[in-house]
Design a protein around this ligand. Structure first.
Ligand SMILES: Nc1ncnc2c1ncn2[C@@H]1O[C@H](COP(=O)(O)OP(=O)(O)O)[C@@H](O)[C@H]1O
Ligand SMILES: [Mg+2]
Length: 437
């Protein structure tokens, strides 16, 4: 669908939210009236609400779609699975900007048309990005990818978020006061994602640091043809990772790509302590010579040293088996707090221990078969148990360092991709030796 008019005025956006809020509220009323008499499917309610919210998010483009994408990644909990199903549709459903609007964007930021900047430029975008779209261009026979941001996204992101926040919190049933630090973290990353100059810097940084990894390809970027809202890079030829996962039948080839994915995240996490936090299949291309092409460095997360050290030392036997050390590390990452009651401390200690035993298993073993269905089921089951446990719904139980959000998002993405690839990968455990305990 093409639309030239974006809902940019505050009033217009606010009224869309109001309407959605009413519809979502209406769905709840209908649901509870019905459920007073009969057994009804709660998933059905979640689905209806998800569709309403998605419709608004979609019209807001930018931040809204980004949030829809994040919600779609967040499964593992029963209630969210239905949201995830609906929101997953948001990944590829952004509305396209028409040719004239693309030209306007170029004029605004360069004072030139794309035809003056490139030897050729296709005004029709063939690929949607979450807050923009990607065009094909050429410069002396080199095929280029030009990512253009939707106008108004960066400026409206804060006010969009302020409207989206209460809707999301309400639907998810979370109190706003305890959620603020997490919301701020997400807001910070989302705002960073609208800065294509930052994306370019981050891509160049990772490209330089990963130069020694022959199996990983990061395209060349063109600073002189890029600015805050337009990003120019080499076009990466190959198969999108999502298609590779569906169609590649050679297990050896799948294996090579899986190992590259793990090495990619692992090196950034443990050596750079700053990593690409958006590991979904749209951001990877398998090149024809079987290398892992990486795109989209808009969302990167840096881990402060104290958090990094405490978090990963939880995978060491010397920490797990030493109650005092274990407690100290959990305190550092805000899973245990001064002032917790005896029961609270017990609950969080036990839950953390169980979580580590599952999530860190691949790291602890050094080699892991991600095709293992039981492992995946165990993770889902663990998530469901936490979801079902009322003790975790108390405001005081919403805790944990904000730095874990994007770390988990990245590793959750990685584990999912490795599972879909069905591969057995090796994990270099030497980083454990460098931790301070
Ligand atoms: N250099 C490139 N070569 C080939 N395809 C690209 C390139 N850059 C982007 N794409 C395609 O465009 C899509 C959106 O670009 P991306 O940078 O991931 O945007 P977003 O930051 O919004 O997720 C990608 O999923 C990919 O399919
Ligand atoms: Mg992307």
């Amino acid at each position: 669908m093409t639309q030239d008019k974006l809902p940019t005025s505050k009033v217009e956006r606010a009224s869309r939210f109001l309407k959605t809020g009413l519809k979502v509220g209406g769905n709840y009323v209908a649901h509870y009236t019905k459920s007073a008499f009969t057994e009804v499917d709660r998933n059905d309610l979640d689905r209806k609400n998800a569709i309403e919210i998605l419709n608004v998010l979609r019209q807001l483009k930018g931040s809204g779609l980004k949030i829809a994408q994040m919600l779609s990644m967040d499964n593992g909990k029963k209630k969210k699975k239905t949201y995830a199903e609906v929101f997953a549709g948001a990944q590829n459903n952004a509305m396209a900007l028409s040719g004239p609007m693309v030209l306007n964007t170029f004029k605004k930021y360069w004072g030139k048309t794309p035809y003056e900047l490139y030897d050729s430029f296709n005004p029709i975008s063939i690929l949607a990005a979450s807050i923009g779209q990607v065009h094909e261009a050429k410069l002396s026979d080199k095929k280029l990818a030009v990512k253009i941001q939707y106008p108004g996204v960066a400026d409206s992101i804060k006010s969009d978020l302020n409207m989206v926040k209460p809707v999301v919190l309400k639907v998810m049933g979370l109190p706003s006061a305890v959620m603020n630090q997490y919301m701020d973290e997400i807001e910070e990353r989302l705002i960073e994602e609208t800065d294509y100059e930052l994306e370019l810097q981050q891509a160049l940084f990772v490209k330089k640091e990963l130069a020694g990894f022959e199996n990983i390809i990061i395209p060349n970027y063109y600073p002189e043809l890029s600015n805050k809202r337009i990003l120019t890079m080499d076009w990466l030829e190959g198969t999108m990772l999502s298609d590779f996962i569906k169609t590649e039948t050679d297990p050896v080839k799948r294996q090579i790509i899986g190992q590259s994915l793990l090495d990619f995240l692992h090196f950034q996490t443990h050596t750079l302590k700053k990593f690409h936090a958006d590991l979904h299949p749209g951001n990877f291309i398998v090149t024809n010579d079987l290398k892992l092409g990486v795109l989209d460095f808009g969302c990167m997360k840096s881990l402060p040293p104290a958090f990094y050290n405490a978090y990963f030392s939880l995978g060491l036997d010397a920490v797990i088996n030493d109650p005092l050390k274990f407690r100290e590390m959990l305190m550092e990452i805000d899973l245990i707090r001064e002032g917790d009651s005896v029961e609270e401390e017990k609950l969080f200690l036990e839950t953390a221990l169980n979580a580590i035993k599952i999530i860190a298993r691949p790291l602890m073993q050094g080699e892991f078969d991600f095709s293992n269905e039981a492992f995946y089921q165990e993770m889902l089951q663990f998530g469901e148990e936490i979801y079902a446990n009322k003790d975790f719904r108390k405001p005081n139980a919403i805790r944990g360092s904000k730095h874990a959000i994007y770390l988990h998002r990245a590793f959750y993405g990685l584990y999912g991709l490795l599972h879909q690839l069905g591969v057995n990968v090796k994990i270099d455990r030497t980083f454990f030796d460098k931790l301070n305990i």
